[in-house]
Design a protein. Sequence first.
Length: 246
Amino acid sequence: MVAAATLAQSAVKADPRLIVPLDLPTVAEAREMVAALGDSICFYKVGLELFAGGEGMTLAGELKAAGKQVFLDWKLHDIGTTVQRSAAVLAGSGCDFLTVHGEPQVMASAVRGRGASGLKILAVTVLTSLSDEDLHEVGYHETARALVERRIHQAIEAGCDGVVASPHEAALARALGGKDFLVVTPGVRPDWSAKNDQARAATPLDALRYGASHIVCGRPITAANDPEAAARRVAAEMGGAWSATA
């Protein structure tokens, strides 16, 4: 039975709804991870850690050249002019998703900056590591859900293509944004993995059922002894994944 299950998982193709974050200290380690994952993953997230190392955009270009999709998770947050100019530069990279913080001026500026390019602007609603208590400590008097709802409305008004929200707010984002709205959910953890620093986590299949268009799953895959096998296991659990014979 174990051998049969392993064989079935190995036949699962890369699911474009599954995004793996390359949250590794160096670009060299990120390249090793991409090689280890092989064709089990077709969508990668490149965040600030690799950008700070100086080669993040080089890696993004390599991934695009290899036929992968790239999510620039940079969470831009600055005055409107700076955000607009930054988005304009990144729009020319050929990357697919870019995150900005969910404040009206920031979101509208990013949308203007990307122009007619194919770059999708995603508004970060509330970080998935934050609980209601954390938000109260920062100074918000709303619950995480109420703040997410307000920011979804603002993202739609600003012309964003979607939002980043926890799996538990995915249904809300889907209901407000409609069928074509992108709902990217970090904080996804299979039952067989630890939650780590995600306060509002859910399983991959549950996140999709709630309304997510894409899920971000990191350490259960990248910290596994066999990352490729873990990636295929997550894809198989997502439901609707394609087999190699489809």
